[in-house]
Design a protein around this ligand. Structure first.
Ligand SMILES: [Zn+2]
Length: 447
């Protein structure tokens, strides 16, 4: 497999920034929890009207914890965002997750081919190993595996063999076993991906909650390379109004239940960690999500596409440490989880996201979707997005649902968005970057 050149530069930079020296004082156990596929706006903790997040609410209410509901994920699906979280770099730097069947991509799931994490980029797990940690990864998401490169640096690793295969008791038993077998002579870096909120979504049993009706299981199952028929009829407008409404209600209920289940899994996992004595010593816990989910807004369903709407990018971040937590900003790059994990502090990073064109979305949604990559910038309530050749501006305080975009030609934003897309395209290439590209990367803060 050939690799892009950009990650080599980034790796050199990372080594210079992070260094290999031991930090002073006792080393805390470090816990990194990702609630996969959880939109911030569907958490009670972030103001949602349904009680979907009782355990996260409890965690955020602790004196030693702080939470933000305004983090922006660096991209739109598991692979690129976890690559960012694990390396502290943005998508145009690490190049992970570019789709399509090429010499550089690997098969990660039926019909899913994507470029894995470049093996020359240092990972968080490797950094913790160098600091003398035992590194452990347990993932309910099958994409966080040796095949994707995301588990590099983890001494102990276990991942689901497919979606919805590692959850509930099976996950808890595995977590307990990993904690029982850990090396207590060394501090621990534990990564846990809780995948309950990811499709396929479990049915809601009758009487489960007074705030949710009973619903049947929904998977949107499809043959590789073919659209799911229900989803295709929804997005193409072939579905009648009544059926459309019923599907939207069911979809939203199932997702809320799935988020509630993810939160319940979080509660059980925290209990297991507490029973293992983790919170009696020095510890640092960082929680986030990797991306959101379209639930019918703009006739889109799912994630991993090239759209950077808030329902896709806005995720929670929680920080909990025996040292006490400094308040997290209302608005922050979710990539700050890397800094919180390594140093317990956030560092200043640009607030922006990028997404590769998707090779699956044109199949799901029609050929006009997914041909163009996207980039977005946030500055306060102003959000500027480059997608499908257009540059649009939203005022999120007046228009939180992004329904009234304005054409935008502000020079600074246009220049930066175009440069981001150029850097994204360069990261998809195997050619060495030109002098101009190196200059561009410097101007974006990548070098
Ligand atoms: Zn994910």
């Amino acid at each position: 497999m050939r690799h892009p050149y950009l990650p080599i530069l980034s790796a050199t930079l990372m080594a210079a920034i992070v260094g290999c020296s031991e930090p002073p004082g006792p080393q805390p156990d470090v816990l990194f929890i990702v609630l996969d596929n959880v939109r911030a706006d569907r958490l009670a903790q972030c103001g949602y009207e349904r009680p979907t997040s009782p355990f996260l609410d409890q965690l955020c209410a602790r004196d030693l914890a702080s939470c933000s509901c305004g983090a922006q994920a660096p991209s739109t699906w598991t692979l690129p965002t976890h690559a960012s979280y694990f390396t502290g770099t943005e998508v145009p730097q690490h190049g992970t997750g570019m789709g399509g069947r090429t010499a550089e991509t690997v098969r990660l799931a039926p019909g899913t081919f994507a470029r894995p994490l470049d093996d020359r980029l240092p990972t968080l797990a490797e950094e913790f190993q160098e600091r003398g940690y035992q590194t452990i990864s347990l993932s309910g998401n099958p994409l966080i595996s040796p095949a994707s490169g995301l588990t590099r640096g983890f001494e102990v690793e276990h991942h689901a063999r497919d979606f919805a295969k590692l959850y509930g008791e099976r996950l808890f038993r595995r977590l307990e076993q990993m904690l029982e077998e850990r090396d207590e002579e060394r501090p621990m870096f534990l990564f846990l991906n809780i995948c309950d909120a990811h499709r396929p979504w479990f049915g809601i049993p009758p009487g489960k909650h007074d705030w949710l009706p009973a619903r049947e299981y929904l998977s949107f199952k499809q043959e590789p390379g073919k659209p799911n028929e229900t989803r295709r009829r929804f997005v193409t407008g072939e579905m009648g109004a009544e059926e459309r409404e019923a599907l939207l209600e069911r979809l939203n209920d199932l997702y809320d239940y799935a988020v509630w289940r993810a939160d319940e899994t979080l509660g059980s996992s925290l209990r297991i960690l507490r029973n293992a004595g983790i919170f009696e010593g020095d510890f640092r816990l960082v929680l986030t999500s990797d991306h959101g989910e379209h639930l019918g807004e703009r006739s889109l369903m799912g994630h991993a596409g090239p759209y950077l709407y808030e329902e896709m990018t806005r995720v929670p971040v929680a920080f909990f440490s025996n040292e006490g937590a400094k308040p997290l900003p209302d608005q922050m790059p979710a990539l700050n989880v890397y800094d919180l994990l390594l140093e317990g502090e956030i560092k200043r990073r640009p607030l922006r996201a990028t997404a590769y064109a998707s090779d699956t979305w044109p199949v799901w949604y029609g050929p006009e979707v997914g041909d163009d990559p996207s980039a977005a910038l946030w500055e306060g309530s102003a959000k500027t997005v480059h997608h499908d050749g257009e540059i649009l501006r939203y005022d999120l305080s007046a228009d939180p649902l992004e329904l009234e975009p304005l054409a935008w030609n502000g020079e600074a934003e246009v220049e930066q968005l175009e440069a981001l897309l150029e850097a994204l395209a360069a990261s998809a290439s195997s050619e060495p970057p030109s002098e101009e590209m190196l200059e561009l990367l410097r101007s974006l803060g990548y070098l």
